[in-house]
Design a protein around this ligand. Structure first.
Ligand code: SLL
Length: 167
């Protein structure tokens, strides 16, 4: 294996889910109105750390230390706050991959959708998340070995069991 050698004609895609879940704080001690978690994970909640080096979540500058790094799973940040804003999730791959980091843009959602005539149950979580695929074209031989050493099971649920939005 020659370091950095790319595999001509090979394309590998990896499914991911990213987004947030939020719940309203029913007893408030500060101006913070919600508790939320922003996350990046596999659709089966499987381990995706075998091809990820680190994940950074860039929060609004009103947060202390607003650039949060996760060097191992779970790739997520839980906070409390008062407003919605765009979060930049930067995904870094292992150095041997030669891949540039990828940025995902996500609007943090705290408030439920407007449904005229229907009220949102108190304390019911609001979620906003997406399915996407990371595409690696002509990976290095080292990275190809990492990308293909997953659990071997299906990467996306075959059916849609409770709690899985994508299948
Ligand atoms: C808005 N443009 O005005 C947006 C900004 C920023 C939210 C929202 C900070 C929490 C803290 C926080 O929730 N910022 O003080 O730690 O809605």
């Amino acid at each position: 294996m020659k370091a950095g050698k790319r595999m001509k004609g090979v394309v590998i895609s990896k499914p991911i889910i990213y987004g947030n879940i939020a719940t309203e704080l029913l007893s408030r001690k500060t101006e913070h109105t919600h508790k939320w978690t922003v996350f990046l994970r596999g659709p089966n909640e499987q381990d995706i750390s075998y091809y990820i080096h680190k994940v950074e979540f860039k929060l609004h500058e009103t947060f202390v230390n607003n650039n949060r790094a996760c060097k191992s799973p779970p790739y997520e940040v839980t906070e409390t706050g008062w407003g919605e804003f765009e979060i930049i999730t930067k995904v870094y791959f292992p150095p041997a991959s030669g891949e540039k980091p990828i940025s995902l843009y996500h609007m943090l959602k705290l408030y439920p959708p407007d449904t005229p005539g229907q009220s949102w149950p108190k304390g019911k979580p609001v979620s906003n998340f997406f399915y996407d695929e990371l595409i690696f074209s002509e990976p290095t031989e080292e990275f190809f070995a990492m990308l293909t050493k997953g659990s071997g099971g299906p990467e996306v649920p075959l059916a849609s069991p409770e709690g899985h939005a994508f299948s």
